[in-house]
Write a protein that binds this ligand. Structure first.
Ligand SMILES: Cc1cc2nc3c(=O)[nH]c(=O)nc-3n(C[C@H](O)[C@H](O)[C@H](O)COP(=O)(O)OP(=O)(O)OC[C@H]3O[C@@H](n4cnc5c(N)ncnc54)[C@H](O)[C@@H]3O)c2cc1C
Length: 499
């Protein structure tokens, strides 16, 4: 009698589950869930700010019920890297953080890291012949100069429109915290504001010339784009707007280097760091596991591959990646096609800048030089030392390696190249954006850096990390609740945000 009743109860539960009525059924099935429920093994490829924050969010969501391995080919922090040169800490990659970057802000608070405001120097816009705009260093005077040169309406809109965009951008935080995820960067943008996805199909030249006028576009906007993304009028309007936000006052950085955030996230997560590149991912359709192949980690009889339930690629899949990943034949190719990244050279020079080359006799002279002119050897020149320091240290961004003749022109004969760093820095943006920047390569295989095609910035990678962690967690919970029914009745599309 007892067993007949149990069979009856189970079959009712089964039917309830199948039709999606899971409220009462859950308790009976939870016994079975415990039996079947196992900890997912998750591999993250890349320990930059994206990979480490993903490990952190996964630990927050799963608690102890997860195994995470994070593979890193080089150093934790990735494109966040700093170095002391002449006693000054120099950020070589991601340098400034916007005051409205909520996740980055919350991390530094949580880990008790100290931050410092990035004091903008006296900026000058140089067109190749002369300075067309010079800041005084006094913000209210500069604001009046801006109004005088570019007009009241344009100047007002310049700040107002960025604030408006940031307000819309912030909508995404609440949604992610509530446990909703997005299938693609495009869907994430659409949720922020319905006009955002379309901005990926318009160049900044088309959009901002109209919005702010020719003069402001050429003298202010283009130089900002060149310093932030090394590219000009062909950037799309969304990344262009993110770039403008990155030129607003109130920017800050972490004392001791921004990469410390990634290091702390890694420590606070339950992830094991595997100091090795991954060179291949294969999918086994029978046991639905991903096999990652990597060079021998240690001497001896150690494996050179490992199986995982879930894989997050948290490194850009680029055309000329230093550590390319080969995807096995059973992995769908639609969403991970390598795409070109823009090369940016960072050169640190110790030497006195020769202002006469710039036809500049103002005193004090500008300490940050930007340009809309793509024929010049630099995208920006920033002095890292203060007015009263005994020596001058300059950080130069350029799209090509600087040759000694150019450097001699700007610094005379008495200079020293203290450091050179080449980055595959950010996507080479093109308009229109034809590919949907999907976070989802296929079942249980995610691509975090898809978000960079909307805009490349630390906070964007962290948003993508949170989004992927939320999706993995929900999908895994559902798989446990529903077993293989999950594939038929409750696929991940049910918890991608609907709107
Ligand atoms: C010069 C420069 C200036 C910038 N300035 C700013 C700024 O001021 N503000 C801002 O917000 N953003 C800025 N950015 C962008 C920002 O740095 C990046 O968007 C962000 O750091 C990307 O983080 P990520 O973790 O997604 O990728 P990455 O930092 O690139 O991390 C990927 C990691 O994966 C590793 N890896 C790659 N392939 C493999 C493999 N096969 N196996 C194992 N590991 C692998 C890499 O070694 C790397 O550590 C700048 C970038 C550059 C280059």
């Amino acid at each position: 009698m007892g067993t007949t009743f149990l069979k009856y109860a189970l079959s009712c539960t089964f039917i309830l589950y199948f039709f999606g009525f899971n409220a009462g059924a859950l308790d009976v099935f939870s016994v079975f869930r415990k039996e079947c429920g196992k900890k997912p093994s998750i591999a993250i490829i890349g320990a930059g700010i994206g990979g480490t924050s993903c490990a952190y969010f996964l630990t927050e969501l799963f608690g102890k019920d997860v195994y995470i391995d994070i593979f890193e080919a080089e150093e934790v922090g990735g494109r966040l890297k700093s170095q002391y040169i002449g006693g000054i800490e120099v950020e070589l990659g991601g340098a400034v953080i916007h005051p409205r970057n909520k996740y980055m802000k919350s991390f530094v608070k949580k880990f008790g890291l100290e931050v410092e405001l990035v004091h903008p120097g006296r900026a000058g816009i140089y067109n190749g012949k002369e300075f067309i705009f010079l800041e005084s260093g006094w913000s209210f005077i500069d604001y009046f100069r801006m109004i005088y040169r570019y007009g009241l309406v344009n100047s007002f809109h310049f700040f107002k429109d960025i604030e408006y965009m940031l307000d819309k951008f912030e909508r995404v935080y609440n949604t992610l915290e509530k446990g909703y995820g997005f299938r693609s960067a495009e869907k994430m943008l659409e949720y922020m504001h319905r006009s955002f996805p379309g901005m990926r199909n318009v160049t900044i030249e088309e959009a901002f010339r109209k919005q702010f006028g020719d003069l402001m576009y050429e003298e202010i906007i283009l130089p900002i784009m060149r310093v932030n993304y090394g590219q000009g009028g062909n950037l799309h309007q969304f990344v262009g707007s993110v770039s403008l936000a990155g030129a607003m006052p109130g920017l800050w950085s972490v004392k001791g280097g921004n990469r410390r955030v990634a290091e702390e996230l890694l420590k606070a997560s339950s992830a094991l760091i595997m100091r090795s590149p991954v060179y291949q991912i294969n999918y086994n359709v029978f046991d639905q596991k991903y096999t990652l192949s990597f060079p021998q980690l240690m001497e001896g009889n150690f494996p050179q591959s490992e199986d995982y339930d879930v894989v997050v690629v948290a490194a850009p899949i680029t055309e000329d990646s230093e550590f390319p990943i080969e995807f096995g034949p059973s992995i769908l190719t639609d969403y991970y096609k390598p795409r070109p990244y823009h090369t940016t050279h960072v050169t640190i020079i110790e030497g006195k800048l020769n202002y006469t080359v710039f036809n500049c006799s103002v005193d004090p002279p500008p300490t940050e030089i930007f340009t809309p002119n793509s024929n010049l050897m630099f995208n920006s020149l920033t002095r890292l030392t203060k007015d009263d320091d005994k020596f001058e240290l300059w950080k130069i961004f350029s799209s090509e390696r600087l040759n000694p003749y150019d450097l001699e022109l700007y610094f005379g004969e008495d200079f020293e190249v203290r450091l050179e760093k080449v980055w595959e820095a950010y996507p080479e943006y093109e308009v229109p954006t034809l590919i949907e920047d999907s976070f989802f390569i296929q079942h249980n295989l995610y691509y975090l850096n898809a978000v960079e095609w909307a805009a490349s910035a630390m906070e964007m990678s962290v948003l993508s990390a949170k989004n992927i962690a939320v999706i993995i967690h929900k999908f895994w919970q559902r798989s446990n609740d529903y077993g293989w029914f999950c594939y038929f009745c409750k696929g991940p599309e049910n918890f991608w945000r609907k709107y």
